[in-house]
Design a protein around this ligand. Structure first.
Ligand SMILES: *Cc1c(COP(=O)(O)O)cnc(C)c1O
Length: 494
């Protein structure tokens, strides 16, 4: 039999050819790609240039821009879309790339991380499973190995690079739950301990992990905003005596509010004595362990059972990368490992565990590359120095605030300073004063600071963690605060 070319007769082929043409628009040629890239790099270059003069905060939102975000059937030219991006996305709100971002926990955005994301997207390697891309999984695992090393965790510990600290914490809480078999009716007698300063992602993780029936004891903080180990121990003993099952304690290596580092060594020892899983939330503070002068504050972290640490905070990476380290690999796999029929090929000869076995994700962003590239390009020393610089800037800022008549939360442990003005005002007046101060800082917009409530008082926070924040920005911040304080005083606010 001779093969017959039946292209012309098959209506299916006709249809394929018909839709192929418009579909080809999705694969621009070399010239078009170069043109796109030039537009985007020009925009990024201008953006980075603008950072020097642009505000850190813009509270004026132009709501009309929302109309331009409508999806169209035919598409729009790139320059027009970049214009929309500038107006709708870049300008309003907090400029998280700005050196003046000193609120919440500031963001980063190391440039090579953006290039790594570009490479990850263009090559689109499948980082979920070793079989799919051994190289991508090895790079992610190498990054985890490095994190284990700096935290003095054993090499056999496991973990994954997550989208952020919240998902990292969820994985750790789930592993603790499974290690202690906290299911069904057992959950009602299970007890979780943290201080009142625990990040709210813990509360979310508890709910998502089905641990809402468990008792969550939030131990009041001491005068230094830390979890008091003696009170923790007393409570655990009491709960055990009453037939409850304490199984998890969550401490903080740098709280979001005040940057306080709990006594990790004492808490680790208590956890070991009473057989509890000790999880350390080091999402914000963890990378300060790289700084020699601060290392001692993290003593005992190596004895913990799991750690959350956020490279999109302390490594200045763009948003979208956290990490969890967990010593108990089997318990981690219990919730996350899955062998599906359609994935038969994937398990034949894996030499490394895959992220898909250790995290809720299957198909995932190859986010290890955005950590790997800057770390290898710059070396650890650059990060160490930048983190030490942030700590020193915080010490300097706290000193300046005190010298200018502000109350502070004391010498900052890492890089968060809390302060408020009291002077000879009564409590009511002081509240009004400090709220007015932050309102005017936001209105000015050159730097962005946030507030928190501690003991029912409003405190301003200066959180220094952007790699772009140097002495000049902190001096500028001090000047702005001094000037605004003078203005408010002159108006004699009641
Ligand atoms: C930011 C933060 C988290 C939550 O991490 P995300 O990356 O925002 O999900 C948890 N704990 C602390 C102490 C944090 O600072």
């Amino acid at each position: 039999m001779t093969p017959v070319n039946c292209d012309n007769m098959n209506p299916l082929i006709e249809k394929i050819k018909e839709v192929e043409k418009p579909a080809l628009k999705l694969e621009p040629g070399t010239e078009q790609r170069d043109a796109y890239r030039r537009e985007v790099t020009r925009y990024s270059k201008d953006f980075l240039h603008r950072l020097n003069s642009d505000n850190a905060y813009n509270g004026n939102n132009d709501k009309t821009i929302i109309n331009s975000l409508e999806v169209s059937e035919t598409g729009k030219p790139l320059p027009q879309l970049l214009e929309i991006f500038e107006k709708a996305v870049e300008k309003p709100g907090i400029n998280a790339a700005s050196q003046g971002h000193l609120g919440y926990i500031p963001g980063g955005g190391l440039y090579p991380a953006a290039l790594a994301d570009y490479l990850a997207a263009v090559t689109n390697k499948y980082a979920g499973i070793y079989f799919g891309s051994p190289g991508a999984v090895l790079i992610e695992n190498k990054m985890l190995d490095w994190l284990k090393e700096i935290m003095q965790f054993p090499k056999e510990a496991t973990g994954h690079l997550s989208s952020g600290g919240s998902i990292a914490t969820l994985t750790a809480i789930t592993a603790a739950r499974d290690a202690h078999a906290v299911t069904g009716a057992a959950a009602e007698k299970a007890v979780i301990y943290s201080s009142t300063q625990a990040h709210h992602c813990l509360h979310k993780a508890i709910r998502i992990a089905g641990l809402s029936p468990a008792i969550h004891r939030e131990i009041p903080i001491d005068s230094q905003h830390k979890l008091p180990p003696d009170m923790l121990e007393v409570q655990i003993k009491k709960d055990k005596e009453n037939g409850l099952q304490p199984f998890l304690v969550v401490s903080s290596a740098g709280t979001t509010d005040t940057g306080a580092v709990d006594d990790l060594d004492a808490i680790s020892n208590i956890a070991q004595t009473y057989g509890l899983h000790h999880h350390v939330d080091a999402a914000y503070g963890g990378f300060f362990i790289l700084v020699d002068s601060l290392k001692n504050q993290f003593k005992g972290i190596e004895k913990a059972d799991s750690i959350t640490i956020d490279p999109h905070k302390g490594m200045f990476l763009p948003y979208g990368i956290g990490a969890v380290l967990i010593k108990d690999t089997l318990s981690t796999m219990k919730s996350h490992h899955y062998k599906a029929n359609y994935m038969r090929d994937a398990y034949s000869d894996d030499v490394d565990l895959s992220p898909a076995d250790l995290s809720p994700e299957l198909t995932k962003h190859f986010r290890g590359l955005r950590m790997w590239l800057p770390l290898h390009l710059f070396g650890v020393q650059a990060f160490r120095s930048a983190l030490e610089e942030k700590n020193l800037l915080a010490l300097y800022f706290e000193e300046e605030m005190r010298n200018n008549g502000f109350e502070t939360g004391g010498k900052p442990e890492l890089s968060v300073v809390i302060f408020r003005y009291k002077g000879d005002l009564n409590e009511q007046q002081a509240e009004t004063f400090n709220n007015e101060l932050v309102r005017r800082i936001h209105l000015d917009g050159r730097v962005f600071l946030s507030t928190t409530t501690i003991n029912r008082q409003t405190w301003l926070r200066c959180a220094i963690l952007s790699f772009r924040t140097h002495l000049s920005t902190i001096r500028q911040t001090v000047d702005i605060i001094k000037k605004l304080k003078k203005e408010i005083k002159a108006q004699n606010l009641e």
